[in-house]
Design a protein around this ligand. Sequence first.
Ligand code: NAG
Ligand code: NAG
Ligand code: NAG
Ligand code: NAG
Ligand code: NAG
Length: 304
Amino acid sequence: MALILLIIALSTIAHIAQGHFTFVRVKADGEWKSPLQYIRNKTSPYDELKFYEGNFLYRYYNWPTYIIDRPESVRCGRDNMNHAQGTEVLSVKAGDTIEIAHQREEPENWTDDMFYNCTDDRGSCFHKLGWVQDFNHPGPLLIHLSKVPSSQDIRTYDGSGEWVKIHTLGLTNPRYGQPLNWTLYRSDPPHITFKIPAQTPSGQYLMRMDLIWSGATNEYINIGDDGSLAQMYPSCAQLNIQSESKAEFPKGVKIPEIFQPLEPGMTTSWDMLNNQKLDENYTYPGGPLWNGEDLVVDKPVVLE
Ligand SMILES: *[C@@H]1O[C@H](CO)[C@@H](O)[C@H](O)[C@H]1NC(C)=O
Ligand SMILES: *[C@@H]1O[C@H](CO)[C@@H](O)[C@H](O)[C@H]1NC(C)=O
Ligand SMILES: *[C@@H]1O[C@H](CO)[C@@H](O)[C@H](O)[C@H]1NC(C)=O
Ligand SMILES: *[C@@H]1O[C@H](CO)[C@@H](O)[C@H](O)[C@H]1NC(C)=O
Ligand SMILES: *[C@@H]1O[C@H](CO)[C@@H](O)[C@H](O)[C@H]1NC(C)=O
């Protein structure tokens, strides 16, 4: 009986196998860079460690990453270290504004009109299957930076050090007891812009971009067992940040550890997963947020 309930429960959140997304484009200095310029590519298809929810061991480019996958996949995307050497390093200044864009089509089908001459100066647009470049999952967008150890070059750094969250784009006007409105989960998502904190010290950094769809627990599902695991969509840009700041870069969190199912924001109630209502004390995943001065608990401001 329990097994049947589990299967039914999972099928209600059966995730479509294709048409997810990857952040593949960055705008800096007011200019959109080429797709995958400065961003580590991924290998596709690529074998992960375990089967999960109808995903084959072989995962395709835009398919989700789960906590049971290889640590490297959770950090910066499947097989990213094999692509690091061939990826350029983007020079930016601390305090600069960055914009990023995602793509839902698999690379073999990318065409220029999915990236160039988009309306409203978007970094991606148009989908030949008739989709807009929206996000098909609710959840927060998270941006993290990891400082490359001074003994290493960014092209050999695997992100096994610490990560500091610098930006979250989560819920719009959340209220307890009300349906949720995820800022990016709509047909016309806003531009994704944020600043590299001006206090960031000089150095090379990996910049991790992700939108996380939480897993859920309910009476039928035990997380960490055969329960529902969060879906992640990580990719990383290689940055060289120039800065006047002499501030210390704050203490960060480790990946994949911070994305384990029992860490804040990674597993929500069934109601929250279905956008019915906000969990009490919900905290965005990925550790505290650095506002340039302090590390703060990263929670939505809940309206009365
Ligand atoms: C990125 O990787 C995909 C899949 O592995 C491949 O099809 C594509 O050509 C690569 N793109 C670049 C710019 O390297
Ligand atoms: C590329 O597009 C074709 C035609 O729409 C489709 O049949 C094929 O599955 C696509 N390839 C991938 C990897 O999505
Ligand atoms: C974008 O617009 C420019 C100027 O109108 C044009 O020269 C270029 O071919 C267009 N590129 C694409 C991919 O449509
Ligand atoms: C979510 O918020 C946006 C921006 O304020 C608004 O345009 C949209 O109508 C809201 N959606 C719902 C379902 O409330
Ligand atoms: C609320 O969430 C914060 C951040 O995850 C955590 O430190 C705290 O213990 C939680 N409080 C309660 C009462 O669960």
